[in-house]
Design a protein. Structure first.
Length: 156
């Protein structure tokens, strides 16, 4: 090593992360997922012919636990996670995969916190399904970040 050389120091996983973008992305991920799933749930519940509020509530609860809704919610939610992670990573401008991954981690933590706060008074999908969804969110976020890095490389 010469007198003007500086040692190469590896960048840490937290260096250069724009936490404001990550936090906005996590909130946007959950909000967009919920908003996108409302019409799907109402369609599957088929509440158009029901007039009694208790019957409507029961139909929505049954639809929210149906296999169709669970798989649609996973697909839609993961697609939104990819799109939001892409958006956050593009806004960050660098370290795309890490921004996408940390956005997904923040979404998982926020979603888990809201699930715990909701308590056990409402109908919940099977635990294995929730665990599967949460575990797939981080790879989905990293994929969105990777797509952002490819888009930026193609634009350059």
């Amino acid at each position: 090593m010469g007198p003007g050389d500086t040692p190469i120091e590896p960048e840490g996983m937290l260096d250069g992360i724009q936490w404001g973008n990550v936090a906005r992305g996590a909130v946007m991920d959950l909000a967009a997922s919920w908003l996108a799933l409302i019409p799907v749930l109402l369609h599957l519940a088929d509440i158009g012919s029901l007039e009694d509020e208790e019957a409507i509530q029961s139909a929505i609860e049954q639809a929210s636990l149906s296999t169709d809704f669970l798989w649609l919610s996973a697909a839609i939610g993961l697609g939104i996670s990819v799109a939001v992670a892409f958006w956050v990573a593009r806004r960050a401008g660098d370290r795309h995969v890490l921004h996408g991954g940390w956005t997904a981690v923040a979404s998982v933590l926020l979603g888990f916190a809201l699930t715990v706060l909701a308590g056990s008074t409402e109908a919940r999908p099977p635990f294995w399904f929730e665990a599967l969804g949460y575990s797939l969110m981080i790879p989905a976020g990293m994929f969105g970040g990777w797509l952002a890095s490819r888009a930026e490389a193609d634009a350059a």
